[in-house]
Structures are given as structure tokens and as C-alpha cells.
Design a protein around this ligand. Structure first.
Ligand code: UD1
Ligand code: CA
Length: 454
């Protein structure tokens, strides 16, 4: 059966106190609206229509690849009016699912159930029972328990306000039914708005059955009106991710202290310590251990890689058994082969390091190719930038770079070569030899330290 989705996203969001349209505020690093679109997409609908308005073109511009139909609602005259903006693009054979762009945690399974309830010829509402139903539209049922209508809080009498079954706003209905009733909506109510909810009573009057179903968890239907609610749903969303990771065999030192803003694919027996931030696409192979306070963005870590605390790794591919940190910074374009060791206060970018090489202390290695088993001493710097261009440093297999060496690129250190400590290398070092550049050491015998004259 053909589904079309309408996502309402034209509202203002005054309480966010923001120049940014509300639906572009982020959960897990992605606009709320993008979450709703992704969930809708999982239902394989024929089309997704997003009704935008407040914030103007900023909303479609922020999601250029969303693959949706954008319908402008220039003036926000109510939810019924909003849906009317999308109706002309919807086929008569569709079942229409209505979602809100500021209700980001709705789940695919709940929506699939709602659509099931609607069948081909019924209207289905997602409702919930809340201990505090304040602010929501209430579900009014007849003596037989059948849904009769929805009354908005502002239009409700005291008896109706006592009803604790609320309208979440999410509903599914045949396109023809919606089209007919939306065209007949009026705004003679407390808010002078065209209420989508008035479609319910109109459908019942025609003898249509209105079904209801409830979400699995209340967080699914919670909307965001202010930054506190946004932060609350962020935590709920992160908790979902943590639960999924643990179910798949990952140990989290504290599931409340992990933030995933992207896609994390973690194999069995991965261990993640507290306050780790994951961004972009991150893949962790079996047995990887991530220490406390690390940031990983767009990285792939091979089996049993160990990242020690306070390390920041971005755009890197790291082979099995490597050990990184603590306090390491690995920048984009870095490829580390198996069993490489990168120690504290080491920065690496655009560099390939072959198996078993070690860069353990206080170094900057950029635009370099490092061979197998190379040992780079403390304080080594690749001088890769001449103020205009970047140049490469090549260090071949089994070379030993003494501490406090500067490699002025472009320069090559041959296989098995040794550089003496303190060398400033400006020409290639031949393989197998010791190369050093160093002022001769001398001792001035009998020299006296100056003394302070009194
Ligand atoms: C609506 C429902 C209410 C339900 C509640 C759930 C109606 C009349 N009332 O109330 O029964 O309990 O949601 O939160 O439908 N929007 C537009 N254009 C508009 C108006 C709204 O796009 O002209 C969008 C908003 O951005 C928001 C959603 O529709 O995403 C709901 O709007 P909101 O003003 O929050 O609806 P309520 O009046 O709270
Ligand atoms: Ca609302």
C-alpha cells in the first residue's frame, strides 16, 4: 500500500530564543528534522512532504539532499492549514502519515503499527495516557469507548480537561478523507486556527472508524519547545545508542557518559571509558579499547587498538594492535599500520606509518612516509612547510631518528640509517650510515661563573 508522509515543520519555536529555525536544532549532531525524515524514510514511502515556513528558505537550504518535497506555509494558520499546503502534491491512492519536525525520537516500529491500524479505510491516531495531560489536545470517546473527536486544551471544558488520553499529533488517514475534510475546516475556535484535529469529528460523522495505538515509550512523542527539552531528548537518544551498543557486546564504563554524533559501528568486546565523543563515521574492530576523554571523528580502528586517555583522532585509519596516546593528536590523512605506537604529545597528519614504527614522545610528523620498525626519538619535527608549499619527508624501514631532530623537507632518510640527536637534516641521509649535524662540543677549562658585585 502506498504511503506518503507529511512532516509539519513551519512553526516558530519562540522559546528556543534562537536565530536558527527550531527544527534545525540538533540531536546527536543532526537537525531534529533530519531525524524525522530518516525515520519516515525507513517506512519506504512514495514521497515525503515537509511543510516549512518560519525561518524561510533556511530550512530547505540546510537539508539540500533530503530528497523530500518542500511545501511552503507562508503564514502559520494552524496544523490543518499546514497539511493543506502539502495536499496538492499527494496522490488520492495514498495513506497519509502526519509527523512533526520537532518530535525527533518517534520510532519506525510505532509508525508501522499506526499505519497497520489505519488499514486502507480507517483513520488511526497515536495517543498516550499522561499523568499530566496539560497543553495537549484530549481524546474524547463516546459511551461505547469509540473515539468521537479531539478537543484542544484551550477549547476544552473542565470535564474534558480531566481526560488524560492525549493526542500526540501523529496520525494516519486515507488521502481522500484528509483532502475532503481539510478543505472544509474553519477557524472558529479559541486560537483562531485551522485545526487538523477537527478532521476526526468530521470523519466520525461520516461513519468512519478511528483507531488508536500508543507509542512504546513516551519519549517518542515528546516535542521540543525549548533548549532544556532539546537537551533532555538528546540524553534519551544517547541512552538508546548506549543500550544498542551494549546489547551488541560493547562495554561502556558509564552509558550516561558517551556521546555519539554520527555512526558508530563497534564490534564485540570493545571497551569505551567515560566521556568519549564519537563523530562522523567511526568503526571499532573487536577488542578495541578507548580511554577516557577521547574524541574520535571519521576513523577506523583495527582489532585490539588501544587509545589511551585524552587523545583526539580524526580522519585516520589505524591498524590492529596499534597503541595511541595518552595526549596524542592524529589528524586527517593518517594511516597507521599494525602495531604502530604513537605516544604523548605527538601530532601526526597526512602521514603513512608502516608496521611496528614508534613515535613515542613530543613530535610533529606531517606529510611523511615512515617505514617499518622506524623509531622516531623525542622532539622530532618534520619541517614540512616552507611558508608557501608543503613538502614530504620519507623515512625508510628500520631507520633510527635521534631525539630533537628536524627534518627539513623534502628529504629522505635511507633504509637503516641513523640520525644523531639534534640533527637538522637538510639533505638526504644515505641508508645504513650515521648522519648528524652538530656543532662540536667543547669545554672551556678554568672558566668561572660570574658573581654578583655587592
Ligand atoms: C497540536 C495538536 C494537539 C496535540 C499537540 C501535540 C492541533 C490543532 N493540535 O497542538 O492536539 O496534542 O499538537 O503536541 O493539531 N505547525 C505548522 N504550521 C502551523 C502550526 C503548526 O507547521 O501553522 C507545526 C509546528 O511546527 C509543530 C506541529 O505543527 O511541529 C504542532 O504545532 P503546535 O503549535 O505545537 O501544536 P499544538 O497547538 O501544540
Ligand atoms: Ca505543541
Amino acid at each position: 500500500m502506498t504511503i506518503e508522509v507529511v512532516i509539519l515543520a513551519a512553526g516558530q519555536g519562540t522559546r528556543m530564543k534562537s536565530a536558527r529555525p527550531k527544527v534545525l536544532h540538533e540531536i546527536a549532531g543532526r537537525p531534529m528534522l533530519a531525524h524525522v525524515i530518516a525515520t519516515a524514510r525507513a517506512l519506504a514511502p512514495r514521497a515525503i512532504h515537509v511543510v516549512y515556513g518560519h525561518g524561510g528558505e533556511a530550512v530547505p537550504q540546510a537539508l539540500p539532499d533530503a530528497g523530500v518535497n518542500w511545501a511552503l506555509q507562508a503564514e502559520q494558520l494552524g496544523t490543518g492549514h499546514a497539511v493543506a499546503m502539502a495536499m496538492p502534491a499527494i496522490g488520492d491512492d495514498a495513506r497519509v502519515l502526519i509527523l512533526y519536525g520537532d518530535v525527533p525520537l518517534i520510532e519506525r516500529a510505532t509508525l508501522a503499527r499506526l499505519i497497520e491500524c489505519a488499514g486502507v479505510d480507517r483513520l488511526a491516531l497515536l495517543t498516550a495516557r499522561l499523568s499530566d495531560p496539560n497543553g495537549y489536545g484530549r481524546i474524547v470517546r463516546d459511551a461505547g469507548g469509540r473515539v468521537a473527536r479531539i478537543v484542544e486544551q484551550k477549547d476544552a471544558n473542565n470535564a474534558e480537561r480531566a481526560i488524560n488520553e492525549i493526542n500526540t499529533g501523529v496520525l494516519a488517514a486515507p488521502a481522500v478523507v484528509l483532502r475532503r475534510h481539510i478543505a472544509a475546516l474553519t477557524n472558529d475556535n479559541a486560537q483562531r486556527e485551522y485545526y487538523l484535529t477537527d478532521v476526526i469529528a468530521k470523519s466520525v460523522a461520516e461513519g468512519m472508524t478511528v483507531e488508536t495505538t500508543a507509542p512504546e515509550a513516551i519519549e517518542e512523542i515528546l516535542g521540543v519547545n525549548d533548549r532544556f527539552q532539546l537537551a533532555y531528548l538528546e540524553r534519551r537518544y544517547q541512552q538508546r545508542i548506549a543500550r544498542r551498543l551494549m546489547r551488541d557486546g560493547v562495554t561502556l564504563a558509564d552509558p550516561a557518559r558517551l556521546d555519539v554524533r554520527g555512526e558508530l559501528d563497534a564490534a564485540r568486546d570493545v571497551f569505551i571509558d567515560v566521556n568519549v565523543l564519537i563523530e562522523g563515521r567511526v568503526t571499532l574492530a573487536e577488542g578495541v579499547r578507548i580511554g577516557a576523554h577521547c574524541v574520535l571523528r571519521d576513523v577506523m580502528l583495527g582489532a585490539s587498538v588501544e587509545v589511551l586517555p585524552m587523545s583526539v583522532i580524526e580522519g585516520a585509519n589505524i591498524g590492529a594492535g596499534a597503541r595511541i596516546g595518552p595526549f596524542a593528536r592524529i589528524r586527517p590523512g593518517t594511516e597507521l599500520a599494525n602495531d604502530v605506537h604513537i605516544g604523548n604529545f605527538v601530532e601526526i597528519k597526512q602521514t603513512q606509518v608502516d608496521a611496528g614504527a614508534k613515535i613515542n614522545h613530543l613530535s610533529y610528523v606531517g606529510d611523511a612516509t615512515i617505514g617499518k620498525r622506524v623509531n622516531i626519538g623525542a622532539g622530532t619535527i618534520t619541517c614540512n612547510y616552507d611558508g608557501a608549499c608543503k613538502h614530504r619527508t620519507v623515512i625508510e624501514d628500520d631507520a633510527f631518528i635521534g631525539s630533537d631532530t628536524q627534518l627539513v623537507a623534502p628529504v629522505t632518510v635511507g633504509k637503516g640509517a641513523t640520525l644523531g640527536a639534534g640533527t637538522t637534516l637538510t639533505r638526504d641521509a644515505p641508508p645504513g650510515e650515521l648522519t648528524l649535524s652538530r656543532a662540536k662540543q667543547q669545554t672551556i677549562s678554568g672558566w668561572q661563573r660570574p658573581v654578583k658585585k655587592s
